[in-house]
Every structure is written in structure tokens, then in C-alpha cells.
Ligand binder design. Structure first.
Ligand SMILES: [Zn+2]
Length: 556
């Protein structure tokens, strides 16, 4: 296990976690909204302890040191997570060779090498360069996004062969229509490499030259490239999204490039998909505020509505930027208009619906119908604060009295919906008293003697605790996840008792002992009673013994 330890020792957990979520200093620790998949929350319950080099969520009870954290958050296998840590620390892992990993690494390096070829080809092709400069793209942008150009399938093929890539891997990359004929499917196109969150190139988008029509070709979906997961520009935008605490989502890659070039670096694109749950999963680690800026056409508006629908009740605040008709972000930026103005006047979902409705607010009949439609939308928001916010907004926008809107809302929907606060759906795992006892023993050897003396039903204790009381178990011998688990409990105890004193700790020890005894007493007597029903003589004797013991120790 020396490799894991070496890697973890050279990584600062605070630095690692801050790649995924915005951390705020809270005493000796840092706090944040939980970045783990599957847990969305309003108040931060995720804690990172620099002293213990441990991350822990009090909401969903996920925890881990650096390696486990990466495995959980990236949903990765041990080997891949090791690789991520290694790339962060720049440690070479030459001996870490695994057939599966080899293939993976090689497909990534193949895309990387192909990108290098395309970049060089762009440098050698004035026509392709002119195309980019005509679109006002700066040289830094071309370098930053690693644009390239496909000039010759044969030359690209030979370049890859020089790098010792096998034909079947070249085929797997889907760059060539036909590998034996060396036909590059992106021929005579500008190449936009698509990266995943780890900076690996996983696919290409290619735009045809000599045409102002948006004619694009894409790499097909693969196990490396999942369109419903990847947001174009996210790697470049990550830091800016966290810093500004909002993200602008546009529809096309060219819009991302234009926006980031104009210093709206916190911009990403969904390309050829709606805003999916997987996208949101990646975003919520960075921010909870979204500005949608999709096209004015039917498809764009449909995508906007879908995005509103999809972010509902997921603790996202969504705003809709509306640009003048038939303009895209690229054109707005080029017209020297201040894009910040559009951000400032972005619409809430309710305002967006009102703006796009066919009803005239000046007509009483229309106003009634519109109100009904809007109340129907608000009904689907489960958070009472959000609901209150939107009902107030409806009153304001439709120029109605607030209590009138509330009355209509209650009258129509009260019976139909379950009122009240919907609890966050989280996996509420509680630690058992026995688990907590383990950590107290590991914290201080003296506690072992205390538990040894006071835990009266030792036979029924969980194995780790039993072993520990007999000194057969040592923390070093624990498996990785167990070790993390007990460390997490320690962190919880430490945080809970930050202001506590010795007396409280003694009381805590007594409480743990009493609860453990009580739980085990109930467990044993229940089992014995069952046996007594079958007239098991031994069970009767044992039952009496236990009752006596319980009385002695004042157990109820
Ligand atoms: Zn959590």
C-alpha cells in the first residue's frame, strides 16, 4: 500500500477538493456544499479537515482521504483514481501497468497525438488560418482551445504509425472513415478538440471550411465520449465558474469560444443535447446558479424550457438570458454591446413564461388564464421558499394583490398537493454506538479499559470492537475503507466536541456504554424469548442470568 500512502502524502486534500467545490474556511476546517453525486443540499454539510487530510459529508455520510474521494466523486475504479492522483502530483507510475489501463491511455494519447498533428497542419495552412482570423479569433484562443486543421488523411495516418499506434486502435478512435484507405472523416475541416474534465481529449468537432453555413461533423459517442455528460469548455471555465459563482450555458461551441475570448470565461456549451442530469451533476460542484443563453429559434426555446424543467427542485437557481431576436452571443459580443447588461436583465422562469405566453396582461380574461397557467407551474416546485418567491413574482408581474395570488393558489391546489416541506432525500446513515466506541478506543488507550470493564455483553459486540478489546486489532491493520470510516467518526466526534470539556467526554463514554449494553441486552433477550417459546431449557437459565446482570447494571 506504499503507493497510495505516498500519493496521499504528496496531495493536499484541500487543494484536491477545491477542484470540485467551493470551500469556505470554518475554524480549523473547510466547509462546502456536498460535491458527491446523488446528494444535493441547501446548507453546506461537507467538511474538509486539512489536519486529518480527510473529507467528510454530514449529510450523506460519504467520506474519504484523497484516493477514496476521487473514486467516489469521479465514480472511478481504484486504478483510474490512482492515475488521477498521480497526474496531479506529477508522479511517474511506470510500474503501474495494467492491460485495461494501457488501452485507455493509448486512446487518449492517440487523440492527443492526432490533435498535435492537426495543430501543426493548421500552422501550415494559411487558408484555414485566415478563416479563423476572419472570425476575429485571437491567436491565444486558437492555442487555448487547441484548434487544428485536417489537411491529409494519409499524412495523419503516417504520423500516428510513426508513434507506433496499432490499426485497431486507430479504428477505435473513429477519426477515419476507412483506415486502410486512410480517409480522415474530418478532411478539410477546422478541428475543435473536445476534452473531458480531466483534460483528456475524447472527441472532435469539425467545421467545414469555405462555407458560412454551420456545417459540423462530430465524433460518435463512445465509452470515452458521452455527449450527455460533457460540457464544452468546462475544463477551461471551471475556475471562473467557482470564482464568479455562476455559469453561463450556451448552445454551441463557437459561442463558448466567443464568450471566453470576451472574458466571460465562466461559459460552457451543451452541444447537440439538452441540459442533462449528468451536466447538472458536474456543475453543482462548482455553482448553483445557472444562466441559460440559448438560440431564439424553436429548438433553442424548447431547450430552454427543458432546462428550466430539468433544474427544478434540484437547488439550482436558473435565469434565462434573452438576446435580441436572431442574434447569438457571438454576434452580440461583436456588436460591442455590453453582454453584462443581458446578464443583469436575465429572466426568472416565471418571467420567461410570461414573456413567451400568448396572453395579453391587459385583458382580464387573459390575465385569469395566464394566472392559472403560472400557478400550475409553481405547483411543481416543492421548496416553500422558491414557491413563495415565484408567487410574489406572479403578483408583481401580473399586477395583482399578493394575497389574491396566494388564495387562488391554495384554493386550486391545496387539496391536490401534499403541502409542507419535503425533506431532502439523503441516505441518513447513523453510526452505531459500537462504532463510536471503536474510535474512542483508538483515540485513547485508556478508554479501552473503560469499555472492557463496562460493556457487559461482550460476546454480542461487533467484530471490530470485540477484536479491539482483545487487542487483536490495530488501526494500521484495518482495510482502507474501514480506516476511513473510523477516521470519519473521529472527525464527527471532534467537531461535535470542539467546545466540549473533559466532563462531557466522560458522560459521552457512559452514554455509549449504556446504549451499547441496552441494545445488546434487547438483542439477546429477544433471541432467548424466541427459544423459550420452544421450551428450550438452556434459554430459560440464560434468560434469568441476563436479567440479573441487567438489574445489577441498572439496565432497563
Ligand atoms: Zn453529502
Amino acid at each position: 500500500m506504499w503507493l497510495v500512502e505516498e500519493l496521499e502524502n504528496s496531495i493536499d486534500i484541500v487543494e484536491l477538493v477545491s477542484r470540485y467545490t467551493k470551500l469556505k474556511k470554518a475554524g480549523a476546517n473547510y466547509k462546502a456544499h456536498c460535491p458527491f453525486p446523488g446528494h444535493t443540499e441547501k446548507t453546506p454539510s461537507f467538511v474538509v479537515s486539512p489536519a486529518k487530510q480527510l473529507a467528510y459529508c454530514f449529510g450523506c455520510h460519504k467520506w474519504g482521504w484523497a484516493l477514496k474521494f476521487v473514486m467516489d466523486i469521479e465514480n472511478m475504479e481504484f486504478k483510474d483514481a490512482i492515475q488521477v492522483l498521480a497526474s496531479i502530483t506529477w508522479k511517474k507510475l511506470e510500474w503501474f501497468d495494467n492491460e485495461n489501463y494501457k488501452i485507455k491511455k493509448n486512446i487518449y494519447s492517440l487523440y492527443k497525438d492526432a490533435t498535435n498533428y492537426y495543430k501543426k497542419a493548421l500552422g501550415n495552412n494559411p487558408e484555414a488560418q485566415k478563416y479563423l482570423y476572419d472570425r476575429w479569433l485571437k491567436k491565444e484562443t486558437i492555442i487555448k482551445f487547441e484548434f487544428g486543421f485536417s489537411d491529409s488523411g494519409i499524412a495523419l495516418y503516417n504520423y500516428l504509425k510513426e508513434k507506433w499506434y496499432e490499426d485497431n486502435l486507430i479504428k477505435e478512435s473513429s477519426i477515419f472513415v476507412n483506415v486502410p484507405q486512410r480517409k480522415d472523416k474530418f478532411i478539410w475541416r477546422i478541428i475543435f478538440p473536445i476534452k473531458n474534465l480531466r483534460w483528456d481529449i475524447v472527441a472532435f468537432t469539425a467545421r467545414i471550411l469555405n462555407s458560412w453555413e454551420p456545417k459540423y461533423l462530430n465524433s460518435p459517442s463512445s465509452k470515452y465520449y458521452d455527449k450527455s455528460e460533457i460540457l464544452y469548455g468546462l475544463y477551461e471555465a471551471k475556475k471562473a465558474i467557482v470564482d464568479k459563482d455562476f455559469v453561463i450555458i450556451v448552445e454551441w461551441q463557437m459561442d463558448v469560444i466567443a464568450m471566453q475570448e470576451a472574458w466571460f470565461i465562466n461559459t460552457v456549451a451543451v452541444s447537440w443535447t439538452a441540459l442533462t442530469d449528468k451536466h447538472l451533476q458536474n456543475l453543482k460542484r462548482l455553482t448553483h446558479k445557472i444562466y441559460i443563453c440559448f438560440d431564439w429559434d424553436k429548438a433553442g426555446q424548447k431547450a430552454t424550457k427543458l432546462a428550466i424543467e430539468n433544474t427544478k427542485n434540484k437547488w439550482f437557481e436558473i435565469n434565462i438570458i434573452t438576446l435580441p431576436k436572431w442574434k447569438d452571443p457571438d454576434e452580440i459580443l461583436k456588436s460591442w454591446k455590453d453582454f453584462n447588461e443581458y446578464i443583469k436583465s436575465a429572466l426568472s422562469p416565471i418571467a420567461y413564461y410570461i414573456n413567451n405566453s400568448k396572453f395579453e396582461i391587459t385583458s382580464i380574461e387573459d390575465k385569469k388564464k395566464l394566472l392559472l397557467e403560472l400557478l400550475e407551474i409553481v405547483k411543481n416546485y416543492t421548496d416553500p421558499i422558491e414557491r413563495d418567491f415565484y408567487l410574489k413574482e406572479i403578483a408583481e408581474k401580473l399586477d395583482l394583490k399578493e394575497n389574491l395570488v396566494w388564495d387562488s393558489f391554495n384554493k386550486i391546489f391545496r387539496k391536490k398537493i401534499k403541502f409542507g416541506y419535503e425533506e431532502e432525500k439523503i441516505n441518513k446513515k447513523e453510526f452505531s454506538f459500537e462504532e463510536i466506541a471503536i474510535w474512542y478506543i483508538l483515540l485513547d488507550e485508556k478508554n479501552k479499559e473503560f469499555f472492557k470493564k463496562n460493556l457487559i455483553f461482550q460476546k454480542t459486540l461487533i467484530k471490530d470492537l470485540k477484536d479491539l478489546l482483545n487487542w487483536e486489532l490495530n488501526i494500521i491493520n484495518l482495510p482502507l475503507d474501514k480506516r476511513d470510516e473510523y477516521k470519519a467518526i473521529a472527525l464527527q466526534i471532534q467537531i461535535e466536541q470542539e467546545t466540549d470539556n473533559e466532563t462531557n467526554k466522560q458522560e459521552d463514554l457512559l452514554r455509549i456504554t449504556k446504549q451499547t449494553n441496552l441494545e445488546n441486552y434487547r438483542k439477546i433477550t429477544k433471541e432467548l424469548k424466541q427459544k423459550m417459546k420452544d421450551w428450550d431449557d438452556e434459554a430459560f437459565i440464560k434468560y434469568n442470568e441476563i436479567i440479573k446482570k441487567a438489574k445489577e447494571y441498572n439496565l432497563k
